[in-house]
Structure formats: structure tokens, C-alpha cells
Write a protein that binds this ligand. Structure first.
Ligand code: 5RP
Length: 231
């Protein structure tokens, strides 16, 4: 089946995800230690890295990504084994104008934040739909210890959440995944700090813009990049 025929069966968003994901692989060169994110956009970065057969070592942010990467012949070792990274590439659920991110749509944000923190370069791959004027509409994913989820819910509501729901699926770490609705988040960095200080929350899905080097965005007009000059 030709690319043209297969694209006819795909949504413009899916085609954009592939374009952004594959484009970001161009930042990876031989000898690099690479952090691999999770999701349907970075999926294509991993595919591209597998196709290029580069001499790289990777660490992954989920079981799903580990299985994909190893099936393509990429060498994947644990974060502790790899120690530090040259680059990490991942998707996002929301990107605001200050490069703040919402992540965790795929329940992998705890491992994603650890892996991103290991790299001086954190590159985000998205389709246009992920760009928002302010974080919030997606909800804020929370990984929560299954000890006192009701207590955590009350604490998150006290921070301004109008609703907190629990997903059916747990994280790869065996913890609960909740989604908190804060409406439009005026100060995502401050909210992130407050959530991080809430006992029982293992990790929240707000990634401050200071972590992000650039965002690779694909849409109907092709691929463009936003570079974070403020870091
Ligand atoms: C997983 C994530 C993903 O990066 C995020 O959900 C974006 O996924 P996709 O590229 O499939 O839209 O944070 O926890």
C-alpha cells in the first residue's frame, strides 16, 4: 500500500503526529543516550529511530515504549543503568505559550518526568491541536498512591479542582491515575508546586516550561518549531 493510499484512511491529526514525531528524530545522532517518551506522537520518533538504525542507547518511559523500541532493535536500558541522557523526546497533551505542559494522558507522566529530568535537552512533539492559550481544558493527570485516595481528592479540591476522577487503568508503577479539573490554570508552575507538596500524589502532569528546549509542531501546513529562549 502506498503512503498516499494509507494516508487516505488516516485523520489529519494522525498524519501530523507522524510528521512531528519523525521530524524530531533528526535531533538524534550516533553515540547519544536517548530518553524515549510515551504516546502516539513519539511513537513515530521511535519508529524513525529504529529505521535509521543509529548507534544509540535509550531508556524508556513505559512498558509500551520499551516493547516498541526493543521490537525495532533499539538498545533500551534502565534509567539507573544509563545514568544521564543527551536528549529526551516526548509528546504532550497541552502546550501553553510559556512552554508549560500538561502530560499524563497515557498515564506515564511520572516516568516521563524522571526521564526528562535526566536530560539537558527535552524536545516535545505535538500536532497543532495541543497548543492552548492556557493549561487546563485537558484536566491535570495525577499519579496517586492507593492508600488514601479520598484524602488526596479532598486536598486537590482544596487547591481549586471542581472535579477529580479516577481512571480504570493504573500506571505502570501500579498506582492510581486521577484527573483533576481546575478550569483555566492561571499559574501552572505554582499549581505544580502545590500538587507536588500534597501527600499521596506520587507525581502530577504539569511540566514547567523551564524543562522544555523546543516544541516540534505539525499541522496541515507542515512542520514548524517553537524554541524556548527563556531557559
Ligand atoms: C503519556 C503522555 C503523552 O506524551 C501525551 O498523552 C501525548 O500523547 P499523544 O502523543 O498520544 O497525543 O504524556 O503519559
Amino acid at each position: 500500500m502506498s503512503t498516499e493510499q494509507s494516508n487516505a484512511d488516516r485523520s489529519p491529526q494522525d498524519i501530523a503526529k507522524e510528521a512531528a514525531g519523525r521530524h524530531a528524530a533528526s535531533y538524534v545522532t550516533d553515540g547519544m543516550r536517548v530518553g524515549l517518551g510515551t504516546g502516539s506522537t513519539v511513537h513515530w520518533t521511535i519508529i524513525e529511530l529504529g529505521e535509521r538504525a543509529l548507534d544509540i542507547v535509550c531508556t524508556s518511559t513505559s512498558v509500551q515504549t520499551h516493547e516498541l523500541a526493543t521490537s525495532l532493535g533499539l538498545k533500551v536500558i534502565s534509567p539507573d543503568e544509563i545514568g544521564a541522557l543527551d536528549i529526551a523526546i516526548d509528546g504532550a497533551d497541552e502546550v501553553d505559550p510559556a512552554f508549560n505542559l500538561t502530560k499524563g494522558g497515557g498515564a506515564a507522566h511520572t516516568r516521563e518526568k524522571i526521564v526528562a529530568s535526566m536530560s539537558p535537552r527535552f524536545i516535545i512533539v505535538v500536532d497543532e491541536s495541543k497548543l492552548v492559550p492556557a493549561l487546563g481544558p485537558f484536566g491535570t493527570p495525577l499519579e496517586v498512591l492507593d492508600f488514601a485516595p479520598g484524602v488526596v481528592t479532598t486536598a486537590v479540591e482544596a487547591l481549586g479542582a471542581s472535579a477529580v476522577t479516577t481512571r480504570d487503568r493504573r500506571s505502570d508503577n501500579g498506582n492510581l491515575i486521577m484527573d483533576a479539573q481546575f478550569g483555566t490554570i492561571a499559574d501552572p508552575v505554582a499549581l505544580g508546586i502545590a500538587l507536588a507538596n500534597t501527600p499521596g500524589i506520587v507525581e502530577h502532569g504539569i511540566f514547567p516550561g523551564s524543562m522544555v528546549e523546543r516544541v516540534v509542531i505539525a499541522g496541515l501546513d507542515g512542520v514548524r518549531e517553537l524554541v524556548n529562549d527563556q531557559r
